[in-house]
Design a protein around this ligand. Structure first.
Ligand code: NDP
Ligand code: BG6
Length: 485
């Protein structure tokens, strides 16, 4: 395949939390894949960092083991693996103390991009920014990559933004939402703004409603301590689903450029109406029929009221979307792992086909994962004799079928986003005001639940969530699409 990848300049990437779960599972295997693809320039280095004591050699072994465990077929490429491991170093640093900072400072080089990935618990983000600055480890061109969660409400997000901005300019801060790095999420913009077909219909004159579903089959195994203080609203809706909503609903930006795109997303979030209590459903997965642990066992709190499922109806207060409901749902332990956006167009105003009483609708489905692709439901004549009977069929374009090996060879979300950091491209990262606006919309929902002592509805694992979720649409004479892989 001919590479159309924009090259990056040599870098030193310091991963704070370089021995942690995220680094081992996603960041380091992803960097190895980029190395193999030839997009990691000569002279670039990766410096793992944490409080525990390791030599460079020990750290290389940790990373080699992580790639063996979490990498794909590339883990068997011994020659490249050895060359990649040779780029790795380790420095012991306490993010919240003063140990190790001089060693780190001594290791940094001039003339290469310095990037610092905050892959540690969120309580350390501010401490890291302050110490990077105080110990002169960062320079004016340095970039910091900040993991989620970015605050747990508006007040804490504001405080974190203020802390980060007191040491770094906004253009140096890369707030990760890994959904923005997914190939098909970017395809949302390509589909909308790269085709003449859809944009004229993209409004309340033609669209009946939009459904956004992010369904997972996994529970909260192993992450209960974090998740139980968060819940689906904070963990998924405030960030990932909000970003999908923005990309599907925003006005066309003047160009594909970081601030132009983020300005438009921000306008969507600010135009969101507060959500009515009756348009909210919270659920929590129950024990399985075969005795599999329920949410409370997974979370380690037998009395937890944290939600593992949310469904809601919201509205965007602007000319384009007035009167068009957006239905969002996400949950764990559902019947299939699938993320999709369905744009459901309005019924035909009048049918010329006598006897055809069925409701025919065009539905554009953008499948984010798995089987990335788009599928447009259209109405055609049922083949064969017997007059004009109409049926609805999908015009299906699965990208892997249409594009062949090129579609399979794309970088995953983390790989793409990390490389964008070195390219200085913030288009796929959240700006501080966006994150705050998202919290400003989410906070009253969570506060309402807390004030009412809301108890989430139990749902059976392997289903589509609590019955109330189906009711949310039934009341509007609509239905969720089936959750299927
Ligand atoms: P882990 O608990 O697995 O790892 C934490 C890492 O931070 C370890 O390397 C630990 O090493 C290091 N660390 C802890 N305290 C300090 C300190 N004071 N100074 C320096 N290093 C320290 O966490 P995860 O990797 O799971 O998560 C990291 C971040 O990524 C979190 O913000 C999380 O919310 C986010 N995230 C994680 C995801 C995941 O799938 N794991 C998904 C999305 C976001 P040591 O103890 O030796 O210091
Ligand atoms: C993370 C959430 O941000 O996204 C997890 O914290 C969730 O709870 C995950 O499982 C889902 O990501 P993906 O890429 O598997 O859809």
């Amino acid at each position: 395949m001919v590479s159309r990848v924009i090259p990056v300049d040599p870098f030193d990437l310091v991963i704070f939390g370089g021995t942690g779960d995220l680094a081992r599972r996603k960041i380091l295997p992803g960097l190895f894949r980029r190395f193999r693809a030839g997009t990691m320039p000569e002279e670039s280095r990766i410096i793992g960092s944490a409080r525990s004591e390791h030599t460079d050699e020990e750290y290389r072994q940790i990373v080699s083991d992580a790639i063996a465990e979490f990498g794909g077929d590339e883990k068997d490429d011994k020659t490249n693996l050895d060359a990649f491991l040779g780029r790795l170093h380790y420095v012991r640093v306490d993010a919240a103390g003063d140990e190790g900072w001089e060693d780190l400072s001594a290791l940094m080089r001039d003339g290469v991009i310095r990037a610092f990935y905050f892959s540690v618990g969120p309580s350390l983000f501010g401490a890291l920014a302050e110490r990077l600055h105080r110990h002169g480890v960062a320079d004016d061109d340095s970039r910091i990559v900040v993991e989620k969660p970015f605050g747990r409400d508006l007040a804490s997000a504001r405080e974190l933004n203020e802390t980060l901005r007191s040491h770094f300019d906004e253009h140096q801060i890369y707030r990760i939402d890994h959904y923005l790095g997914k190939e098909t999420v970017q395809n949302l913009m390509a589909i909308r703004f790269g085709n003449v077909l859809f944009e004229p219909l993209w409004n309340n004159h033609y669209i009946d409603h939009i459904q956004i579903t992010v369904a997972e089959t996994v529970g909260v195994e192993g992450r209960g301590a974090y998740y139980d203080k968060s819940g689906a609203m904070r963990d998924m809706v405030q960030n990932h689903l909000m970003q999908l909503l923005c990309l599907i609903a925003m006005e066309p930006p003047a160009m594909y450029e970081a601030d132009a795109v983020r300005d438009e997303k921000l306008k969507v979030i600010r135009a969101l109406q507060p959500v009515d209590y009756h348009h909210l459903v919270r659920g929590q997965y129950d024990q399985g029929t075969e005795g599999e642990p329920g949410y409370r066992e997974d979370a380690g709190d037998p009395r937890s009221f944290t939600e593992s499922f949310v469904a809601l109806r919201c509205h965007i207060n602007n000319w384009r979307w007035a009167g068009v409901p957006f239905y969002l749902r996400t949950g764990k332990k559902l019947k299939a792992r699938t993320s999709e956006i369905a744009v459901v167009f309005q019924d035909l105003g009048h049918s010329i086909f006598e006897g055809d009483e069925k409701r025919h609708r065009n539905i554009l489905v953008i499948r984010l994962q798995p089987n990335e692709g788009i599928d447009l439901q259209v109405t055609i004549k049922e083949p064969g004799p017997g007059g004009m009977r109409l049926i609805d069929v999908p015009l299906d374009m699965t990208f892997a079928d249409a594009l062949g090996p090129e579609a399979e060879d794309v970088p995953d979300a983390y790989e793409r986003l990390i490389m964008d950091v070195f390219r200085g491209n913030q288009t796929l990262f959240m700006r501080g005001d966006e994150v705050e606006a998202a919290w400003a919309w989410t906070d009253p929902i969570i506060a309402g639940w807390e004030a009412r002592g809301d108890v989430p509805k139990l749902y059976e694992p392997g289903t589509a969530g609590p019955d109330d979720s189906a009711m949310l649409l039934h009341r509007d004479n609509r239905r969720w699409r089936d959750i299927k892989a």
